[in-house]
Design a protein around this ligand. Structure first.
Ligand SMILES: Cc1ncc(COP(=O)(O)O)c(C=O)c1O
Length: 456
């Protein structure tokens, strides 16, 4: 029985169905859509239950005539499987199993104390009301200063849009720019929300390729050859989730040369890991190259740099006209970002940077431990990531599929990681391990992997 049907039956829903008859299960599975489908069914079921309003302890029989049809577009929405593996890992822990969590992309550190205090003080000072959709002036100015400091860019307040996390910048920008049929070049393997959102709006995803043997170097020639008059948006992500690869300045210069030839092409440069680069490398933004500033959106935020994932705070820097449109989507969706969170963001950017720098040094230390450790596991080969906090080993030597390994490692070894296919079809043969975890836990994970696969 297919999983979506199984879950519908388990929930007593037989009549809820997707309006789209064209939903292909194979493609859906590749994108993690199967789970999205189940989630929708589950959410619908609880909504329907609430609407019919019995006490939670006394569920009433469902109205057999009830038939809720989801919008067709929901069939194209993907998801981020990290949250699903986390839920499965937590369920195993609740049964008393020991799990090392290397699946989720979030720093294990606390938000720096002065930032927490600024947020708490802001609450006490009454920053508890709606704020302007594009963000409060103090934070937009602090972000403009940050752009000058980190990228040498002169940015005005009205070129900055603040959002609840960096993710809404992706969501809003794609909604604002991409029409059905427009081509969007995006990294594959890459952050799964790119492909999910491109498909959601009816765009045509055009994958960028990487060379695993060369530390996940971007195939710049392939990318350049794929850009054409129909390409509306080029998404770049450096440092990369999931590979940890970095696109160097010389490569960006070649890409920019081609972009300048295409008057309708806009670049979305996802720089959320910009402060997490190692080996003396310096982050470089394509927006700083001639002619690129006026057609580039920089996405950055606080989640990774300041260990603020749960605060939900991110931003985009873009031409002012575009910023107005992106903020208009915010007005229509979340209205604004919480004021006290934004005040904490001001403290993060303008206050001492020692905690953020110490985190980066610690990630660097762990990076070496995990790369050496993974390379000692039979069937694994791990290139050294240059940025972010992910290792993306090639596991083809084990002779097993990535998704199968993801399940086996969780169930049989107690190591939670993600299948490379969670990041697109070209992630087959790879696993993603987040090393945002303590050295002791990383060493324990390696010990378990060596015990399971053997050593080399
Ligand atoms: C590449 C990339 N972009 C954007 C985001 C969004 O980050 P957030 O919404 O937590 O700020 C993430 C989070 O994992 C990411 O990995």
């Amino acid at each position: 029985m297919p999983p979506a049907k199984a879950s519908a039956v388990a929930l007593g829903i037989r009549r809820v169905r997707f309006a789209s008859g064209t939903f292909g299960m194979d493609r859906a599975r590749a994108q993690g859509l199967t789970r999205a489908r189940e989630t929708s069914l589950i959410r619908l079921s609880s909504r329907a239950r609430t609407a019919r309003a019995p006490a939670p302890s006394a569920p009433q029989p469902r109205d057999p005539s009830l038939m809720i049809r989801l919008a067709k577009r929901m069939a194209d929405l993907g998801t981020e499987t990290a949250f699903e593996v986390l839920a499965r890992a937590k369920a195993l822990e609740a049964q008393g199993r020991s799990i090392v969590h290397l699946q989720i992309g979030e720093p294990d550190f606390d938000t720096p104390a002065h930032v927490v205090e600024a947020g708490a003080q802001a609450l006490r000072n009454g920053h508890t009301h709606y704020t302007p959709s594009p963000g409060i002036p103090e934070l937009r100015d602090a972000i403009a200063e940050e752009m000058k400091k980190t990228r040498g860019l002169a940015v005005a307040r009205d070129e900055v849009v603040v959002t609840p996390g960096g993710k809404p910048i992706l969501f809003n920008v794609i909604l604002v720019l991409v029409d059905p049929g427009d081509e969007v070049s995006y990294p594959n393997p890459g952050f799964p929300i790119y492909e999910s959102m491109i498909r959601f709006v009816g765009g045509k995803p055009v994958p960028q390729r990487f060379d695993a043997a060369k530390g996940f170097e971007l195939d710049v020639d392939g990318l350049i050859a794929s850009l054409n008059e129909k390409t509306k948006l080029l998404i770049l992500n450096s440092p990369s989730n999931p590979t940890g690869g970095v696109i160097r300045r010389a490569e960006l210069e070649r890409i920019a040369e081609r972009v300048r030839e295409l008057p309708n092409l806009v670049v979305l440069s996802d720089e959320i890991y910009s402060r997490l680069v190692y080996d003396g490398e310096k982050h470089f933004s394509i927006a700083t190259l001639p002619g690129m500033r006026e057609r580039t959106i920089i996405l950055d935020g606080f989640s990774k740099t300041y260990a603020m994932t749960g605060w939900r705070l991110g931003y985009g820097v873009m031409p002012a006209d575009l910023a107005k449109m992106v903020a208009k989507i915010t007005t229509n969706s979340t209205s604004c970002t919480a004021g006290f969170t934004q005040m904490a963001g001001v403290a993060a950017l303008r206050g001492p940077q020692d905690s953020a720098e110490a985190m980066c040094r610690e990630f660097d230390k762990r990076r070496k431990i995990i790369v050496d450790g993974l390379n000692s596991v039979k069937g694994f080969h791990c290139a050294t990531p240059k940025g972010a906090f992910y290792a993306f080993p090639d596991v083809r030597g084990t002779g097993r599929k990535s998704k199968e390994l993801e399940g086996a490692l969780l169930d049989e070894c107690g190591v939670a990681c993600l299948s490379g296919t969670s990041f697109g079809a070209s992630g087959e043969g790879f696993l993603r391990f987040s090393y945002a975890n303590s050295v002791a836990n990383l060493e324990e994970a390696i010990r378990r992997l060596r015990a399971y696969f053997g050593t080399q």
